[in-house]
Every structure is written in C-alpha cells, then in structure tokens.
Design a protein around this ligand. Structure first.
Ligand code: NDP
Length: 247
C-alpha cells in the first residue's frame, strides 16, 4: 500500500475522527484526509495545536473541521458518550476513526518499571482506545462504510528489551484490533492496524535522541497507507496489520 494513490476527493462527505491530531503523524493524517474532502474531527490534548491544524485546513480551503480538546488519560465514559451524541447530532454518522494518540513513557528494564507510568501508558494507549471505539460504535454503524484504524508498532509484534510498557501496550493494540475485527466480521465496519515504522516526530526523537532525524521517513511518507485504509478502496480489508513503510 506504500504506493497507493487515492482518487481526487476520495474522502468527500466522510466524517473522520482523529485522536492525537495536533502533532506528529495524527496532524499530517488530519491534513491529508481534509485535503481529500473529509470533514475531520480533531481530538487531542493541547488546544492550541488543534487550533493550528484547524487553521491550516481552513486556509487550504478544506471542509470546516471540528475541535475536541480531550486528555485521553482522564477521559470518562460520559466524555465519550457526549462526543458520540454531538457527532450524531452534527453529522449523523462517523465514517472513520483513527486511533493514533499514544505515549512512549520512559524506556528501561522491566525489572525497574514505574507503576504509575505503566498505568498511564496503558490508559492512553489501550484503555482509552478501547473506550473511544466502543462509544463511537453507534455512530460508526450509521455510516455506509466505516473504517477504524489502530496504531501499532514494530515492538507490538516482537518484544524488544527496554521498550517495557510501550511495547506491551502495542501488543495489546494488535490483539484488540484482531478481536474486534473478528467480531465485526462482514458488516459495514472494518477494523485494521497500521504500524507506522520509524517516523520523524517528537515521540521518535525522545526514544532515539542521538539519531539523525533527516534519515527518517516523514509522516507525509506514510500517508498512502493511511489513505488506503480510510478510503472505500479498502472496503473488504478487515483484521489486517499493515506496515506504512516498505521494509
Ligand atoms: P507524537 O508524540 O508526535 O504525537 C502524539 C499525539 O498524541 C500528539 O498530538 C499528542 O497531543 C497526542 N496525545 C498524547 N497523549 C494524549 C492524551 N493523553 N490525550 C490526548 N492526546 C494525546 O507521536 P507520533 O506522531 O510519533 O505517534 C503517533 C502514533 O504512532 C502513536 O500511537 C505512536 O505510538 C505510533 N508510532 C510512532 C512511531 C514513530 O516512529 N513516530 C513508530 C511506531 C508507532 P499533544 O501534542 O497535545 O500532547
């Protein structure tokens, strides 16, 4: 899918919710989806970052986005229920959910892991994604063809020393995607994963501070796979974990 080219306006009339839309890969996915005609709902922790993405979309002539400032660490059932109700009221349906927001925590030996950091990582990377997906189901069901994408990682497929809770959380994401995908089966909802691969973002820089950033793929380089899974061209694809970069 690394060479996928979407037709012009491939996401026209689609409503897509993106978590972690203010920075990194989520920001570029939001801009890319809006450029293809989607109305994007920008969810993230830092309101000023979401506003900057909003402005970029409007300045580029894209459909008016919506902004949802939300800290996934502390979000409650009621927050998600309210969000689903607002989406139902304003748009009548949800065609896409990109579960992208994530945190790295700190790397180090599991023997010495910090319990509260571990719990925060699980909350943001796993529990919040399970909750938001569950509570968006009623609006996803209203779409003629809805795509849910989870964000995995290489360390979510094969354990690696010192990646601790982050790696464990990404294994959970892969398992969550597979379980959910087997439950939805052949319905209007499909559920898949993307492993972005090493990408030039703030998260990558905090994991590898000494690395030459210029040698890394950019978030823009990943977008063919992000577009493919969100467009109707992937209607029959369910339960897959795709790599956004060629190995
Ligand atoms: P960044 O750290 O650059 O961006 C993460 C985004 O998630 C930010 O917009 C951030 O918001 C948001 N976010 C973090 N915590 C919360 C929270 N509690 N509530 C709401 N939003 C939150 O990360 P990347 O773009 O690099 O990563 C995106 C996804 O890709 C993650 O799931 C990551 O695990 C995965 N990934 C990334 C790789 C890489 O090399 N970059 C490789 C493999 C996987 P704010 O800026 O406001 O804090």
């Amino acid at each position: 899918m690394h060479t996928y080219k979407a037709a012009e306006n491939a996401l026209k009339d689609k409503v897509i919710l993106i978590t972690g839309a203010g920075d990194g890969i989520g920001r570029v996915a939001a801009l890319t989806y809006a450029k293809q005609g989607a109305t994007v709902i920008l969810l993230g922790k830092t309101t000023s970052k979401l506003e900057a993405v909003y402005d970029e979309i409007i300045n580029a002539g894209g459909p008016q986005p919506a902004i949802v400032p939300m800290d996934l660490k502390g979000a409650t059932k009621q927050n998600y229920r309210d969000l689903a109700a607002t989406i139902a009221q304003q748009f009548g349906k949800l065609d896409g959910l990109l579960n992208n927001a994530g945190i790295l925590g700190s790397l180090g030996p599991l023997e010495h892991f910090c319990v509260s950091t571990f719990e925060n990582i699980m909350k943001v990377n796993v529990t919040a994604q399970a909750m938001i997906t569950k509570y968006m189901f009623p609006v996803l069901r209203k779409s003629p063809s809805a795509s849910v994408i989870f964000t995995s990682s290489g360390v979510g497929r094969k354990g690696r020393e010192f990646w601790g809770a982050y790696a464990i959380s990404k294994f959970a994401v892969e398992g969550m995607m597979q379980t959910w995908a087997s439950e939805v089966g052949k319905t209007n909802i499909r559920i898949n994963c993307i492993n972005p691969g090493a990408t030039r973002t703030a998260m990558r820089a905090s994991a590898y501070p000494g690395e030459d950033r210029d040698k890394l793929a950019t978030a823009e380089d990943l977008m063919p796979t992000y577009l493919y899974l969100m467009s109707d061209d992937s209607k029959e694809v369910n339960g897959q974990s795709l790599d956004a970069q060629q190995k």
